[in-house]
Write a new protein. Structure first.
Length: 201
């Protein structure tokens, strides 16, 4: 039926039909929760992996040490040498050490074991004019540090009597041959140990 208003025909309003949304059944809720939990677990795993520190590489090598017999902050302790043995020039009465081990850096490196007393090491070596005496502690490390198929010799000490301008490498060569170096002058072996390898992981 049609009404007239101000002469214009107007159709009677029709009932509006709204779309019906389908409600999620009871089975859809657990599935949604499971998906959320999986996502959260994955994010947590990624966060943990990002936060975990990277493991530093460890190397098997000979470290070089100098014993501080003075009265400073490092007195009475082994100090990691700041120069290589081919550059360092010890003086009469100095004590130096070499230790073979597996370590990451100087902070992690193992110190030489055994006596570090100059008199105990060089007491039987008479000093001569035009020479100097250097006490050396040579620690071949432990079985855990040894390359596969090799066994470390027992640690030992030696007194090197060398020329006044001799380096630490000269002193070591006087008492612990054969020595082996690589092309970069890195000390690879003392007294033939180890037989192969040089500073590998």
């Amino acid at each position: 039926m049609t009404r007239r208003l101000l002469g214009a025909p107007v159709a009677a309003p029709r009932p509006v039909t709204l779309p019906v949304r389908h409600r999620q059944g009871p089975r859809a809720v657990p599935a949604l929760v499971a998906a959320v939990l999986v996502t959260l677990c994955a994010l947590a795993a990624c966060a943990l992996a990002a936060a975990a520190p990277a493991q530093a590489a460890a190397y098997r090598y000979w470290s070089f040490w100098q014993f501080d017999a003075g009265s400073g902050a490092h007195a009475g302790r082994w100090v990691y040498a700041t120069q290589g043995p081919s550059v360092a020039r010890p003086e009469e009465g100095d004590v130096e050490g070499f230790r073979f081990s597996v370590s990451e850096d100087s902070q992690d490196a193992a110190k030489p074991r055994g006596t570090h007393d100059f008199a105990a090491i060089c007491g039987g070596t008479r000093g001569e004019q035009g020479t100097k005496r250097i006490a050396l502690v040579i620690d071949f490390g432990t079985a855990a540090d040894a390359p596969r198929g090799e066994a470390p010799p027992a640690a030992r000490t030696a007194c090197a009597r060398v020329a006044p301008n001799a380096t630490s490498a000269d002193a070591l060569a006087a008492v612990a041959t054969p020595l082996r170096y690589d092309s970069n002058a890195l000390l690879c072996a003392i007294a033939g140990y180890p037989r192969t390898g040089c500073g590998e992981q």
